[in-house]
Design a protein around this ligand. Structure first.
Ligand SMILES: Cc1cc2nc3c(=O)[nH]c(=O)nc-3n(C[C@H](O)[C@H](O)[C@H](O)COP(=O)(O)O)c2cc1C
Length: 135
């Protein structure tokens, strides 16, 4: 099992219905592929973690990488893990900026990642949420 974290930039900001479609398709595909994870959207930036069987993570990441809705993917973390940190989400989701009270993005993300044992991984999410609160 592995866990992969990347950051990327949206070509243009997705509106609520576009995001909802992206999430519902991703959740359905992830459930089938036994993947779990979390997607945080802050302005034009995406931060996403995918975890599950090696093959499924690799295959899904390859597909996500070629998605024209975003570009400049940078892998931040790619590790073999013993268990899941996001086991209850086929794809958890948080958004910064106008759609959420900006001050609460950091709080919400903090709560979502509180149970992650890996401090580096937790720090990526918290740093991202703080940077993008209100963007
Ligand atoms: C930011 C972002 C995150 C995504 N996350 C996932 C995901 O977790 N799982 C997934 O199957 N597809 C995800 N996708 C969608 C894939 O890139 C792709 O559009 C989808 O799997 C359908 O692929 P297909 O059109 O080749 O069938 C994501 C796309 C973007 C832009």
């Amino acid at each position: 099992m592995k866990r992969l974290l990347y950051i990327s930039t949206a070509r243009s900001i997705l509106d609520a219905s576009e995001l909802e479609e992206l999430l519902s398709k991703s959740r359905a595909a992830n459930t089938k592929a036994d993947l779990t994870g979390l997607l945080v959207v802050g302005g034009r930036r995406f931060l996403q973690v995918l975890e599950g069987p090696d093959e499924a993570v690799i295959r899904t990441y390859e597909r996500i990488k070629s998605d024209p809705r975003h570009f400049a993917l940078v892998k931040l973390h790619d590790k073999a893990v013993e268990g899941r940190a996001f086991g209850s989400w086929s794809m958890g989701y948080e958004q910064g900026g106008e759609a959420a009270a900006s001050a609460s993005l950091a709080d919400q993300v903090n709560a979502m990642v509180a149970s992650i044992a890996d401090p580096t991984l937790r720090a990526y999410f918290i740093g991202f949420a703080e940077t993008h609160a209100g963007t």
